[in-house]
Design a protein around this ligand. Structure first.
Ligand code: TRP
Length: 392
């Protein structure tokens, strides 16, 4: 992943611009901080609450698992409280048609549970299930300037993409998306956000919102945490066309795919003509991608896998990787099939205002979701009140 050196503004609480920092420098700092955080997490996981999530634009794929989902399961298993937002109101930030939202939310939920997110320990919710979260957008918008949003590199990149795709200007929703994301993180007092370095500017807005809110309205005792970025190990999985795996590109291997579909996916995957398999990510990205995937599922390193496969050609490598993925995903797929037999029933949302480590005393106390996939999530799909409609 490349990191730009576009100036990232830092604004003092009074709104006076400081010297701009480069994103590269802040990425390096965030990486250093991540190493410190990992150490702190290992020692006192109960101090941390992760907030992260996905927009429900389709079932999750292999890129999600290796890129983010496995890391969330790891944090959960370390004892960190994990809050996951299935960001249904944000689907229309970059498209007009939200598709079958209740259906897609359900697929994402099934993938989370199948991947090992345990509803006894982690909390999954949608925007539509927690109206108060969305309400926070209003006061939060008063805490940032238009100029700050305008120079957010992620907003800029997304605006350019929207322009290319839809040939029209950036919507107000896309423009204020980082502030809505701040509401996602802060409403539940999340203090840890696993992100890629490209997402750092977004998180900077959340930190700004928290800091300014505290200064203006809670000077005596800070109310919101300034969340830390936990830089995730950057794993970019390629699709069968050699580009980054993504649902919208139609090049993804969904986690829910069958074994035959998995084999067909890897048969289609691009390789090169060199019969000797070596791990050279720069020179041979497609081979390196297959080696990384295979290594992930067999618990070895890409280099070791390359040595093991040797001079037998890409066809053999594909067979080895297919086998590793089919075996590696077998438990996940079995759990998914089991869960599919049970329809999730709606329930109340997460517990706003509760801080990490705090005991549950809200209206949902004692009603933690159950591990069997029942009553895990209020998708707002059925029986939703007037306050939480699905956007068109
Ligand atoms: N924007 C994320 C995505 O790409 C989903 C998301 C919504 C999120 N709110 C968040 C991630 C807050 C981290 C923190 O799908």
């Amino acid at each position: 992943m490349s990191v730009t050196t576009a100036p990232e503004a830092t604004i003092s609480p009074s709104g006076t611009p400081h010297e701009p920092r480069s994103t590269t420098r802040s990425a390096a700092a965030a990486r250093e901080r991540t190493a410190v955080l990992e150490d702190l997490i290992a020692r006192s996981p109960g101090e941390y609450r992760v907030l992260t999530g996905d927009r429900p634009t389709g079932a999750l794929h292999l890129g999600h698992l290796l890129g983010t989902v496995a890391n969330r399961v790891r944090l959960q298993d370390l004892g960190v409280e994990v809050f996951l937002i299935v960001a249904d109101y944000q689907v229309i930030t970059d498209r007009d048609d939200a598709g079958d939202l209740p259906g897609t939310v359900r697929e994402v939920l099934l993938d989370y549970l199948a991947a090992g997110l345990d509803p006894e320990r982690s909390t999954v919710f949608t925007h539509s299930a927690v109206p108060a979260l969305n309400q926070l957008l209003l006061p939060f918008l008063s805490l940032v300037t238009v100029a700050e949003l305008e120079r957010n590199p992620t907003v800029k990149a997304e605006a350019e993409a929207a322009l290319l795709r839809q040939k029209r200007g950036i919507s107000g929703l896309l423009f204020t998306y980082p502030v809505h994301q701040a509401a996602d993180i802060l409403f539940c007092h999340g203090n840890l956000v696993p992100v890629g370095v490209d997402q750092l500017p977004h998180l900077e807005i959340t930190r700004t919102v928290a800091r300014r809110f505290n200064q203006r309205y809670a000077a005596a005792q800070p109310y919101f945490p300034e969340p830390d970025a936990l830089i995730a190990p950057s794993t970019t999985v390629l699709g069968d066309d050699g580009r980054r795996m993504s649902k919208s590109r139609g090049n993804a291997l969904e986690l829910r795919a069958s074994e035959d579909e998995t084999a067909a996916f890897f048969r289609r995957a691009r390789t090169d003509a060199d019969r000797v398999i070596t791990y050279e990510p720069e020179r041979r990205p497609e081979i390196a991608n297959l080696l990384q995937i295979g290594a992930y599922f067999t618990g070895t390193s890409p280099e070791a896998l390359a040595d093991e496969v040797g001079a037998v050609g890409a066809g053999r490598l594909k067979a080895v990787v297919t086998e590793a993925v089919v075996e590696g995903l077998r438990p996940l797929r079995a759990r998914r099939r089991k869960l599919l037999g049970r329809a999730p029933a709606p329930r109340g949302g997460a517990r706003p205002g509760q801080r990490p480590g705090e005991r549950d005393s809200g209206p949902h106390a004692g009603r933690r979701p159950r591990a069997d996939g029942d009553a895990v999530l209020s998708t707002g799909c059925r029986g939703r009140g007037p306050g939480a409609p699905y956007l068109p």
